[in-house]
Design a protein around this ligand. Sequence first.
Ligand code: WQD
Length: 335
Amino acid sequence: MTNILVTGGLGYIGSHTVVELQKEGFDVVIIDDLSNSEAFVLDRISQITGIAPDFHQFDLKDKQKTAQFFQENKIDGIIHFAASKAVGESMEKPLMYYRNNIVGLLNLLEAAKENQVDNFIFSSSCTVYGQADKLPIDESAPIKKAESSYGKTKQMGEEILEDFSAAFDKKVIALRYFNPIGAHESALIGELPKGVPNNLIPFVTQTAAGIRECLSVFGDDYPTRDGTAIRDYIYVVDLAQAHVKGLKRLISGENTSNYEIFNLGTGTGSTVLEVVNAFEAANNVKLNFKIVGRRAGDITAAYADNSKAENELGWKPETPLEYALKTAWEWQKTL
Ligand code: WQD
């Protein structure tokens, strides 16, 4: 059997990816320190697939525990999600972000090298593009200086992996996500933001649920069709399936170079107001929102040219925005 390590496998995108890996017949091992996830997610994964992933709770910043894990577990491939990911928090705690996201990655790579693990999928982000000059954004778009420490850790992570793949002849794919949204159709797993949500969709669903008083729309003076900012909202299960396709590409040796990058988005941009309207229509609810000033660091528009992932990974995200927003609401109602 093929044993796949998923770090951060009890988190939002990680847990959806574990489900898709198990459906494809992979044996999955999870490392998660539960710093931004909940232990009950493990049982929920088992409820969905009928298979309980092997789970090890420790922090990748612990070099000794990380090395010991690889000595005790045969691993054929790694999908690395475990990282801190809140843009705003990273500006208040940059050193925590560098330590967690970079030291954790380095410990993982050193152990992978020591134990001949050749296949590595990295969770990256479209944030590395900043405000791209040309839309839609393809993988050749220039990397711009990140606005946040979080974004810088993703850029550094990619550079570290490019050198790792070259120096030690390892196969690496970096997946640059646009905006992941939604939850599994079972409503057993989904996004679990801690505290006040930074991201749009959890704030929308919590407002609809009455947990938040009112959604603030950050700015309606952008140069867009309705003045609100544009993003590419990708359904989390479509995103998870792209990870399985990337892993199979590496394991079967179909990769055309040791370090490959793919943009994972739908290719369609939606404004904040379009998302609000789609949410209300899809779920037959009324959302309480108000327009406020722009949020510092936000860009006007980002949406993907996903043709490379489509052509080379054979991946086609087909889930409509409205369906993804329905799953987000169904999940919120279980919380
Ligand atoms: C989306 C749009 C906001 C909240 C960031 C990171 C990215 C990834 C996803 C981690 C923007 C607007 C939001 C609200 C609003 N992070 N908004 N009111 O900023 O595109 O991407 O999160 O993996 O790397 O950069 O996502 O969901 O925060 O914002 O109006 O209460 O919604 O201004 O236009 P973002 P977001």
